[in-house]
Design a protein. Structure first.
Lengths: 196, 196
């Protein structure tokens, strides 16, 4: 891993290409740094603005072999079903962020368990980490960003009405891991033309 | 996951707190946004500068039951042993980034395989994803950031001389997964007082 001096580097993630240096406010321009393999954004003061993919963390909340999904009340994918997930915050471990997002979006209390999978969407600059979680309390209720929360058995997943390819990939991996099921789907590295 | 308008939001990751808006170069200040749960950095134009953890990806390159490690030729942890790893780039899937870093740091050609684990260091704002990888070519040689590359059997891991807590966690999980071994160590969510 290349050394990055914390005092003069400001890592940026996905989104618009930044135009100004977060350290000094001066304009940035692309430059290839010594021993680096792609252009970076550098300001006249020499501060490097790093761009990095963002991390989304979420759960598949399970009780009695059924998984809870939430219908989205916001864009993108308004009205479609997704598992609770959201951007990891600085200062959080991945399991902590996954539990927080689950409680925010479904009002379910969960204990985060085994890793279901890690799913990349390189063109969106997003990596999603999904855990299985045991529902240990709360009641499934819509929250600020969701309009409906309900549980689905492995044979009831609304495959045609899911919000994102990562939701579909995680649910396929989860269904394949259920007793009496095999891995009937090939793992997908990522899906081209993803809607988000 | 909260909606973030790509046209006026600039996600930032770990490092120094940014002082200026990457979109317009004006100073940012902390403000709590509607329905949000922690303060964000906002400029007078209303652009939000998001800060997100950074993602490190790496492999444990294995051949004939032995794992290759590289001695670091750079700070931090100069002279200590680590598995090949580095920051994921925008546009890469996690497996692609892990393979690139492995080839850059060890000159080994690998096929990335099963996930070994996901390790959080919340205080550093870093999440590390480690895969096992099959060595399929190349020759183990030090590269720009490494001074020595060699292989270790499960009983030969230089536990006292490893670079980071994430290296230790990944190697412990890998050793525990070897034939005839059990999970002799408790999984660590993260380690306080991590050197990096």
């Amino acid at each position: 891993m290349p050394q990055r001096d914390a005092t003069d580097s400001f890592p940026l993630t996905i989104g618009e290409i930044p135009s100004f240096c977060p350290a000094c406010g001066k304009p940035v321009e692309e430059r290839v740094l010594e021993e680096d393999h792609r252009p970076r954004l550098v300001c006249p003061e020499g501060h490097v603005t790093w761009r990095n993919p963002r991390l989304v963390v979420g759960t598949l909340p399970v009780r009695s072999g059924r998984v809870y999904l939430a219908r989205r009340a916001i864009e993108p994918a308004l009205g479609r079903w997704g598992n609770p997930s959201g951007f990891l915050e600085v200062g959080e471990a991945v399991q902590e962020g996954a539990r927080r997002e689950t409680e925010e979006e479904t009002e379910l209390r969960v204990e985060v368990g085994r890793l279901v999978g890690v799913y990349s969407r390189p063109h969106a600059g997003i990596v999603t980490i999904v855990f299985e979680a045991d529902v240990v309390g709360g009641r499934p209720e819509p929250a600020a960003e969701t309009s409906e929360v309900r549980d689905f058995g492995p044979d009831e997943i609304p495959w045609e009405d899911l919000a994102f390819s990562t939701v579909e990939s995680a649910l396929r991996d989860w269904v394949a891991s259920q007793p009496g099921r095999g891995p009937t789907f090939e793992p997908e590295l990522y899906v081209e033309g993803d809607p988000e």
